[in-house]
Design a protein around this ligand. Structure first.
Ligand code: NAD
Length: 289
C-alpha cells in the first residue's frame, strides 16, 4: 500500500521502518528534518510537507504528540481534510482526547475520508519489535481495510467501538501504567530503606502475582536510576489529563487516577518532564527525603 506517515519520533520512526520492511511504500514527514533521516535509511521517502505526504497515499498514519498537532495536520490549510482525496483513510495512532478523534472523524466523513483512532501501547520496544497493542475506534469496515497494516506494527489488535473509543481504552491503559510505575517506585524505596537488595526483591515480585510487563522491562533501569525515554513524563502528564477528562465526561470518580496524575504533575514540576515516566521514582524518593 501507499502509506503517508506523519510524526517520526520515538514511536513513529520504528513503526514506519517496519512498514517499509513489510513491503509498503512509505512517504514520511516530520517537522524536525533530522527525524526523517532514519526513514530514508530504512528505504522510505522523506517528504517536504504534510501535503506532499498525503499526495499519493491510500492511508495516512499520524503519530504526533497531542491533540493540537493532530488537529493542525487534519484541519490545517495544507492538511488532510483539505488535500486528502475521497477514499483516503486517516489512521491516527497518537494518544489524544477522544473528543479530538470524534471531531476529526466527523469532519473527514463530510469529505469522503475515513478516520480511525488507533492509539498504541507497548512503548518504544513494542514499536521496534512490531508487537504493539492497538485499540481501534471507528467504523468496522475501515478497521477491516487497515487491519493488514496494523498487523505489521502490532500483535494485539482490537476494534473496541466507534470513533473515540480507542482513545478511551488508551486512557484506561495509561492510568493503569501510571499506577504500576508509582507502586514499583514505592517498592524500590521501601526495599532500599529496609536494607534489602531491590534486585532480588523485584526479581521475586516479577515472578508472582505482582508481576507485570513494567517489572519485567524496567525494574533494572529503575534500580540503576536510568531514565532515558522511552515515554516522556510530559506525555504521560498529557495522558492523565485525558483520563481525568474522560472520567468527568463519563460521570465517574477515579480517586487513584487523581493521585497518580498529581505525582506525575510533581515529576514535571520538579523538572523531569523530558525523562522517562519511570522517573516517577524521583518523586517518591523526594517525598521521603
Ligand atoms: P515524540 O515526541 O518522540 O514524536 C513526535 C514527533 O512528532 C516528533 O518527532 C515531532 O517533531 C513530530 N511533530 C510534532 N508536531 C508535528 C507536526 N505538526 N507535523 C509533523 N511532525 C510533527 O513522541 P512519541 O514518544 O513518538 O509519541 C508519539 C505519540 O505516541 C504520543 O501521542 C504518545 O503519547 C504516544 N505513545 C508514545 C509511547 C512511547 O513509549 N513513547 C507509547 C505509546 C504511545
Amino acid at each position: 500500500m501507499n502509506i503517508g506517515f506523519i510524526g517520526l519520533g520515538i514511536m513513529g520512526s520504528p513503526m514506519a521502518a517496519n512498514l517499509v520492511r513489510a513491503g509498503h511504500t512509505v512517504v514520511g514527514y516530520d517537522m524536525s528534518a533530522d527525524r526523517m533521516d532514519a526513514l530514508a535509511e530504512a528505504g522510505g521517502k522523506a517528504a517536504g510537507s504534510v501535503a506532499e505526504t498525503i499526495a499519493q497515499a491510500e492511508v495516512v498514519i499520524t503519530m504526533l504528540p497531542d491533540s493540537p498537532q493532530v488537529e493542525e495536520v487534519a484541519f490545517g490549510d495544507d492538511g488532510l481534510l483539505q488535500r486528502g482525496r475521497p477514499g483516503l483513510i486517516h489512521l491516527d495512532m497518537s494518544t489524544v482526547k477522544p473528543e479530538t478523534s470524534r471531531r476529526v472523524a466527523q469532519a473527514a466523513a463530510v469529505k469522503g475520508i475515513a478516520a480511525l483512532d488507533a492509539p498504541v501501547s507497548g512503548g518504544e520496544r513494542g514499536a521496534v519489535d512490531g508487537t504493539l497493542s492497538i485499540m481501534v475506534g471507528g467504523r468496522p469496515e475501515d478497521f477491516t481495510a487497515v487491519r493488514p497494516i496494523l498487523g505489521v506494527v502490532g500483535t494485539t489488535i482490537v476494534h473496541v467501538g466507534p470513533s473515540g473509543a480507542g482513545q478511551t481504552v488508551k486512557a484506561a491503559n495509561q492510568l493503569v501504567v501510571g499506577g504500576i510505575y508509582g507502586l514499583v517506585a514505592e517498592a524500590i524505596v521501601l526495599l532500599e530503606a529496609s536494607g534489602v537488595d531491590p534486585n532480588s526483591g523485584l526479581d521475586v515480585l516479577a515472578g508472582g502475582l505482582a508481576g507485570s510487563r513494567i517489572l519485567d522491562l524496567k525494574r533494572q533501569s529503575m534500580i540503576k536510576r536510568e531514565f532515558t525515554p522511552g515515554f516522556r513524563i510530559d506525555l504521560h502528564h498529557k495522558d492523565m489529563g485525558i483520563a481525568i477528562a474522560a472520567a468527568r465526561e463519563a460521570g465517574v470518580s477515579l480517586p487513584l487516577t487523581g493521585l497518580v496524575a498529581q505525582l506525575i504533575a510533581a515529576a514535571r514540576a520538579q523538572g523531569h518532564g523530558s525523562l522517562d515516566h519511570s522517573a516517577l521514582l524521583k518523586v517518591i524518593e523526594r517525598i521521603n527525603r
